[in-house]
Each structure stands twice: as structure tokens, then as C-alpha cells.
Design a protein around this ligand. Sequence first.
Ligand SMILES: [Mg+2]
Length: 277
Amino acid sequence: MSDPLVALVDLDAFFAQIEQLENPQYRGKPVIIGGRPGGRGVVATASYEARTFGVHSAMPTNTAYRLCPDGIFLRGDMAKYSDYSRRIFEALHDVTPVVEKASVDEFYLDLSGMEKLSGSAKEIGTRCKAVIKEATGLTCSIGIGPNRLIAKLASEYRKPDGLTVVSKNQINRFLDALPLKAMRGIGPKTLKRIAKLNVETIGQLRERYTLSELQQAVGERTGSNLYHQSRGSYPERSATHRPRHSVSKETTFSEDISDPQQLKQIMQKLAFMWRVH
Ligand SMILES: [Mg+2]
């Protein structure tokens, strides 16, 4: 069985990017989706231009308006964004048979075993970016790693239009410099609680504390969560991540095929059919 390999594809400022794509007059401008100022809405997505004013998602629209009064405020069109999301899903499905939609703009791909068929992780990631661009005109950031946690953190490492691959033996080095708040499930409240640990990076946390010390300091569950995440693992709950055992599928060729390119295409098609049935 091949080593697990997971990708997270995350569209860059998804709603805002779609509006900028469809409305050229919005390009290069701060676009804020999530209701108009004066209401009680919150920001769903802010374009990268809007983020330079300090605007971010989940912020009350009124606060966003104070920070960025010249911004373009739009209510947004969920039906349209869902349609883009469906097209992205379909495009990714042409690259790999196992795609899981985690949210409207995030997709986990199980790439385990694909490297033999479809090239290196980096090549597969590049191909994902290309098919999304071709199907929708949009850019995304992709993280690839041995599990979902690493894929997610890697997708956040370089944005927008990023592609970061972290292999199994690079995990610790990749985590070392990341701030504690990069970890999953560590919100502002937990961050305050773990301030007493007096560490800033995931690497420091891993080096300085044992599991029981962490659990004593911040509680059993959070302590265990920190301990495992700082070693690159996190409880996972999805079908996309189940280990893939051997897959068997037969086909009969009407004539002998020796062209490697043609064989590769057939293998990919079989892998795809396996997912469908
Ligand atoms: Mg996104």
C-alpha cells in the first residue's frame, strides 16, 4: 500500500475573486462580500485589496466600512458561487477520483498512490491549479502532505496562488516556525489559556513539553491536541482519508498496448471508474 498523500485545494478569497473576475471594474479594488454597511451583517469574504485595510471575514460589515469606506460592498450571490464550486469539483474530479468537498471553496483530494501514475505531488498540484483556472478562471492555493492537517497548514503557507508540498520527512521542519495559532482548533480563548506555556512556535512547544506536562498545564484534551498537532497529526474524521487497500479492476484490450502514455491513460481511467462504482 502506498503512503497516504492528501491535498487541500483552497480558492483564494473565493466570493470576492469571482466578483472581480466577472466585473473587471472591481479588479485591483477592495471588494467586500457580506451585506451592505448599515445592516447587521458580517463579512463573508474580503478581497486581498480589502485585507490590506484590516478587513477580514466574520468581521461586522459596519466595522469593515469604517476601516475601508471606499470599498465595494456587495451582498453576494450564493447560487452563483455554488455553481462555481460545482464546476471546480468536477474539474478536480478529472485529476483524481477521490474528491471531498469540505466547504464551498475547499476540497480535499486523496492522492495516495497517484504519484506513480500521474507524476510528483508538485506536478499533480500544478495540474489541479491549471484545470481550475481553465474551468473557471480562478486561482487557488494548494497544500499537499501526508495527512489533512499538514495539507491544510501547507495550503495556508503561501497565498494567494500558492502550492506547498510537505513530505513526511519535512513535517517537523515545516511546523517548527509556524505560530501556535496556525494549529487547528486553537481559537483566541485557547490561545490565551496556552499563553502561560511561554512558547511562540509549534517547534518550541514540541521541544519543551511532554504530553503530561501539556495536559497538566492546559487540560487533558487541549494538551493532547497540542501534543499531537506539534508532531504533525490530528484526529481525522473523513472517508477521504481511509487507507486505500489494493484496488482491482479488469479490462481487456482489443490489441496489445505498449505505448506507456496510452497505458497511463487507461490506468487513470480505471482508477476513476473504481471511484464511480
Ligand atoms: Mg478560501
